[in-house]
Design a protein around this ligand. Structure first.
Ligand code: PMT
Length: 423
């Protein structure tokens, strides 16, 4: 990135889909402009039913492109090509199920989709639709296909939907979308009002992170590839939202996030005993740690020498810490992670039941772009209450924030349910 490109305003082409959340596009334009972006808008066929083009035209000071580009303009200009060359970032907000399907298929039947095909830079998408629609396999397949091609998803979030129900499908707040644009367009001015949710104030959140190491002798151990990044991102997100956060970490090389109380452990048994100190007080427990299922039965006091022949390793099972919490932390919302390489849904659903958890966050650790060590993840959350939620590939920090939305909504639900429905 050159000095010159850092100095010039970032150009954002905002594609507005035809859903009720389109009314928020006016606010989004303003917030992008607050950060020094130059914004132009284009509407899908039905978007003007939800937001008058004139509103966006006045805010941006530029004509808003609708369908008329398909009719002759007289100038001979190919608008979708010039728009694609002009923009630094292409952002679709809101993106309806129909718009996602058209983008996934590579259709080129209006200005938005032809521009998307002609645009070489980062494409961001903020979906908005009813929860049932979002959960549909057809929609999720399109989401996965787009994510595979590098499209960046922002939300959707949990919250009140147009139908009045609370669920997953709400378009992310314009400030969240601006932050996502900022991550793709370096050089934006700093946020004048960083969004700070405080929905976890007064809650105690207990999080485990990283690997465990099970010693064989003073220099060798059984371990795994967990870096702790996912758990540390969750701890940081919970602390930002006002929770008291206790983080129990296996051996990792990460800084403690601000405001987090950290306890380092090495083995699964140590992790179990440190977690037990806070389990009873926790409102929310999130087990991201990759806890070793087995440990060597005997730990040699001295380094095992080559000359003694090939040692036979006898293993014994470690306790399952998450399962144990159904007894030690019956009141807490208990969330596990599932590290899978195949049959992700089947295995995650089985873990939800077997471990007595309320949610299992499944990730495919067979992939190198997500899961262990990567800065990004892609997860599906299986819930004992409600449909599963897919969060397409994005940074672990963003995944953590979306997960905290889900956990916070569930904690809120538990606070208000009748006492005789508690589990
Ligand atoms: O740390 P990173 O590099 O950022 O990578 C993140 C991650 C891939 C480690 C994380 O996203 C993840 O998937 N964590 C769970 C790893 C795991 O051990 O999964 P599992 O499917 O084996 O276990 C299921 C759940 O039971 C987990 O919540 C685990 O913490 C828990 N468990 C497992 C074994 C055991 N003895 N006790 C447990 O409590």
């Amino acid at each position: 990135m050159s000095f010159e490109s850092l100095m010039r305003p970032q150009k954002v082409l905002l594609g507005v889909g035809g859903g009720i959340a389109a009314y928020k596009s006016a606010e989004l334009v303003r917030r992008l402009q607050d950060r020094g972006c130059s914004v132009r808008c284009a509407l899908s066929r039905s978007a003007s039913a939800f937001i008058p083009p004139l509103t966006l035209e006045v805010l941006t000071g530029k004509p808003v492109v609708q369908q008329e580009y398909l009719t002759a303009t007289g100038s001979g200009e190919e608008l979708h090509i010039t728009a694609a060359q002009w923009a630094d970032v292409l952002c679709f907000a809101p993106a309806t199920a129909h718009l996602l399907a058209r983008l996934a298929l590579g259709l080129a039947d209006d200005f938005l989709t032809t521009t998307a095909l002609a645009f070489p830079g980062p494409v961001l998408v903020a979906p908005a639709m009813h929860e049932e629609m979002w959960a549909k396999e057809a929609v999720q397949n399109n989401v996965a296909r787009l994510a595979d091609r590098g499209v960046i998803f922002i939300g959707p979030e949990v919250g009140p939907l147009a139908s009045g129900e609370i669920g997953v499908g709400r378009m992310s707040h314009p400030l969240t979308i601006v932050e996502a644009v900022a991550s793709q367009a370096p050089g934006l001015s700093p946020s004048p009002e960083a969004s700070t949710k405080t929905d976890l104030a007064g809650r105690t959140v207990l999080i485990s992170a990283g690997p465990t190491r099970e010693p064989l002798d003073p220099v060798r151990y059984l371990g795994n590839r967990s870096s702790g990044k996912m758990g540390f991102s969750l701890a940081a997100a919970a602390a930002r939202r006002g929770a008291r956060v206790v983080l129990v970490a296996g051996p990792v090389a990460l800084e403690t996030p601000p405001g987090v109380e950290r306890h380092d452990v090495t083995t699964a048994l140590e992790m179990e005993s440190v977690l037990a100190r806070w389990a009873g007080e926790a409102d929310l427990i999130v087990m991201t740690a990759a806890v070793a299922d087995f440990r060597p039965k005997r730990v040699a006091a001295q380094k095992i020498k080559k000359g003694q022949g090939v040692p036979v390793l006898e293993l014994v099972p470690n306790p399952d810490l998450l399962s144990g919490m159904a007894t030690t932390a019956p009141r807490a919302l208990r969330v596990g992670f599932a590290a899978e390489t195949e049959n992700v849904e089947e295995n995650a659903q089985a873990k939800l039941e077997r471990k007595g958890a309320h949610m299992i966050v499944a990730n495919d650790v067979g992939r190198s772009d997500i899961g262990f060590r990567s800065d990004e993840n892609e997860v599906t959350v299986y819930r004992s209450r409600g449909p599963s939620v897919f969060l397409a590939r994005r940074s672990k920090n963003e995944i953590a924030d979306h997960l905290m939305d889900l956990f916070s909504e569930e904690l809120h639900h538990r606070d208000h349910r009748p006492a005789d429905t508690a589990d």
